[in-house]
Design a protein around this ligand. Structure first.
Ligand SMILES: [Zn+2]
Length: 291
């Protein structure tokens, strides 16, 4: 897989009208077999699902939906969804190839979600936590006012209840259809996290493929620990924009998790299979709560 598989139209933030070239796990069909879109091998679908949606042949991490992510992280896959009633508005009456209002409606229908992030409360290793999990299928996980508000509410809930916060980012960045309102979410979420830090409540950030634009430039990089899934695209502007700006060829693996780890931009790269146990260990450490 290389960067050319990602949409890059000269803007740091996702244009949801672009086709998503790296789809999440092929939708469930009656077919028992599927092709891994990375190694092209034909595989038994159940083998991939049982392997946390990671290709058993090439270790490609398929994209998880927000709900799949929550199910994977919480104890026994049990959680209570919170802040679910917030619905996006269209204050700019924005229209590109399609009216924003219509785009919202079709994404809500497609994902059965009101917005691109799901907040939930539950336990991990017996520790009560609040998790915000992005869903890339909803307009590329882009951050509009409601997404920013939900991240903020999750942080405020964590502060009020003094429970750790985890955000799993899968996002193309700020949502251009909401203009400056989406950019304001960067400051708002960062402010809420600053209050969490003052109160010494742990915040862990998980960066999955892809995490870019305004999400990377705000809460995704503000964790007490910032951990990435293997080979995730993580950056602000796309590689093509950077190449054109600095007029230099970028090194191999640029903006991938392992490259970022080597250059000190993330704290660790954790395979999905080990992620839950890793986060529980980190929470115990930060809360000074040994087993
Ligand atoms: Zn594969």
């Amino acid at each position: 897989m290389d960067d050319s598989e990602y949409p890059d139209e000269g803007e740091p933030d996702v244009d949801s009208s672009l086709p998503l070239l790296v789809d999440s796990f092929p939708p469930m069909t009656d077919n028992l077999w599927t092709r891994c879109n990375n190694c092209q091998r034909i595989l038994y679908k159940e083998d991939i699902l049982e392997n946390h949606s990671v290709c058993p042949a090439c270790n490609f991490h398929f994209r998880l939906s927000g709900v799949e992510r929550l199910t994977m992280l919480f104890d026994e896959g049990a959680f209570d969804v919170v802040d679910h009633g917030l619905l996006p508005l269209d204050p700019l009456k924005f229209k590109d190839t399609q009216a924003y209002a219509a785009r919202l409606e079709s994404n809500q229908k497609k994902t059965s979600l009101p917005e691109a992030v799901v907040n939930a409360v539950g336990t991990m290793g017996g520790i009560k936590v609040v998790i915000s999990a992005f869903d890339f299928a909803f307009m590329g996980g882009s951050m509009g006012s409601v997404v920013g508000e939900k991240i903020t509410r999750a942080a405020e809930r964590a502060l009020k209840e003094r429970i750790p916060l985890i955000v799993v980012s899968v996002s193309g960045g700020a949502r251009m259809q909401e203009g400056a309102l989406s950019l304001m979410q960067m400051a708002k979420t960062s402010g809420a996290l600053a209050r969490l830090e003052e109160a010494a409540v742990p915040y862990l950030s998980v960066l999955a493929d892809p995490t870019t634009g305004g999400v990377t430039a705000s809460f995704a990089m503000l964790g007490d620990l910032n951990v990435a899934e293997p080979n995730a695209l993580i950056g602000f502007a796309g590689p093509r924009v950077i190449e054109q700006t600095i007029r230099e060829k970028l090194p191999k693996g640029f903006q991938r998790s392992e490259f970022l780890l080597k250059h000190g931009l993330v704290d660790d790269v954790v395979p999905r299979k080990a992620l839950r146990a890793y986060l529980i260990r980190a929470l115990r450490l930060l809360l000074n709560r040994p087993q």
